[in-house]
Design a binder for this molecule. Structure first.
Ligand code: SF4
Length: 413
């Protein structure tokens, strides 16, 4: 519905005696231009039209959709004809949003990064957020200070590791985060390099502020007197028989801007993977002026089945905007390198036939990482130190579960 039709409908409802209207916009799964998730900035649809819609409507108007901060909420009220604002995901990310806004501590609000990880939980699971491991019903309860402070090393700086570090350090444990080779934010940090995903960074800076506040530090190696190691690094992905050769890169080396790997990357790049990571790597490389071809086993109707439908749709539209080629229904079988850098990729189609694609100068294997157990953290002893393996993931549904476990674990160690 456009603004004019919306105004006509609102006036008709007003004439019919409706007491108030909530204007919700932005969660259209079938039209990327009407979505309000990560990468579209802040503010509800009504704010994007500068209050031009709903002129003549006198009943109270409640504006909602991608409102994140108290500042954004106040601007909406100031600059539009809305009389109130409402929020959904911002309150899932931080149920104490209103109390923190009232207390003037906006910087302590857990940010919603628009990942839609909570949407999959709405299909029957427990509501939760990938940035906040507190269960909604226990949020606001203070964590108990520990009577026995431990020296804890957290390997990996992904969202699960950062959440563990936040809660454990708030209880008085001495926590050192050791990022290793991954960037701040872990797998999500890598994905934040992709055009449109920069808002993921809000989560990392939120955690950075909390960890500084609680006295956690960064380190490079596990301290000698460490009592507990929490391994929150992503698990290595499977070895793929086709992905062999000097011209084959990994998704993490590309998104992590590995100098040695990126230096020789050619103009035409084949990016192969089972899901949205392949599309995201393609977007990243297209932004850098390369010409990617995305090769996925998904169908033309649903090329990225691992992604939320809204994100999948937006990914397809962005790939088209960057003129990336999308080859669906294809699984790579062989990468043939040639001396003149006119490499070819043999793929198997869903009907059993094969096809040869190319020429390419570079291939990227975008299978990603192995999925960690989703039944809870596992505990072992490594080099005499108690070690709990948590993991990290490229699936926001899994990250949400890991972050929740990290929170629960940190409350009990
Ligand atoms: S899961 Fe993602 S979209 Fe949902 S509230 Fe948390 S940060 Fe926001």
């Amino acid at each position: 519905m456009n603004a004019e039709a919306g105004t006509r409908l609102a006036l008709a409802l007003q004439d019919d005696g409706v007491a108030a209207l909530e204007i919700v916009g932005g969660d259209r799964w079938d039209d990327a231009s009407l979505q309000l998730s990560c990468g579209v900035g802040e503010g509800p649809v009504i704010a994007r039209t500068s209050g031009a819609i709903l002129q003549g409507v006198r009943i109270p108007i409640i504006a909602s959709g991608r409102l994140l901060s108290p500042t954004g909420a106040e601007e909406t009220l100031r600059n539009t004809n809305a009389t109130a604002v409402a929020m959904g995901r911002a309150l899932i990310a931080d149920p104490s949003w209103v109390a923190k806004a009232r207390a003037g501590v906006e910087e302590e609000i857990v940010p919603c990064i628009g990942c839609l990880g909570c949407h999959s939980a709405m299909d029957g699971g427990t509501i939760g957020c990938v940035v906040n491991g507190d269960e909604v019903h226990v949020s606001g309860l203070h964590v108990q200070q520990t009577a026995h402070p431990l020296n804890i090393a957290v390997l990996g700086a992904g969202l699960p590791g950062l959440e563990f570090a936040r809660v454990a350090s708030s209880r008085g444990h001495d926590v050192t985060v050791i990022p290793g080779t991954m960037p701040l934010g872990g797998v999500t940090g890598l994905r934040s390099s992709v055009p449109g995903n920069a808002e993921f960074g809000r989560a990392f800076l939120y955690f950075g502020d909390r960890l500084r506040e609680f006295g956690s530090g960064l380190g490079e190696t596990i301290p000698d007197d460490c009592d507990l190691v929490v391994d929150a690094r992503p698990l290595p992905g499977p070895k793929l028989s086709w992905a062999v050769g000097r011209s084959v890169l990994t998704a993490s080396s590309v998104l992590g801007r590995d100098l040695h790997q990126m230096y020789g990357i050619g103009r035409r790049v084949a990016i192969c993977g089972p899901g949205s990571l392949a599309g995201e790597v393609a977007l990243f490389l297209a932004g850098w002026g390369r010409r990617p071809t995305v090769v996925v086993p998904g169908t033309s109707d649903n090329p990225f089945p691992d992604s939320h439908p809204m994100h999948a749709l937006r990914l397809v539209e962005r790939l088209a905007g960057y003129k990336c080629d999308l080859v669906t229904d294809a699984t790579p079988e062989e990468w043939n390198e040639t001396l003149d850098r006119k490499h070819r990729l043999t793929v198997r189609r869903g009907d059993g036939t094969t096809a040869v694609l190319g020429p390419f100068q570079t291939a990227v294997e975008a299978t990603g990482w192995s999925e960690p157990q989703v039944t809870g953290p596992t505990e072992t002893v490594v080099n005499g130190t108690r070690t709990i393996v948590l993991g990290d993931s490229q699936s926001f549904d899994t990250v949400r579960k890991l972050v929740h476990w990290a929170n629960q674990l940190a409350r009990t160690v």
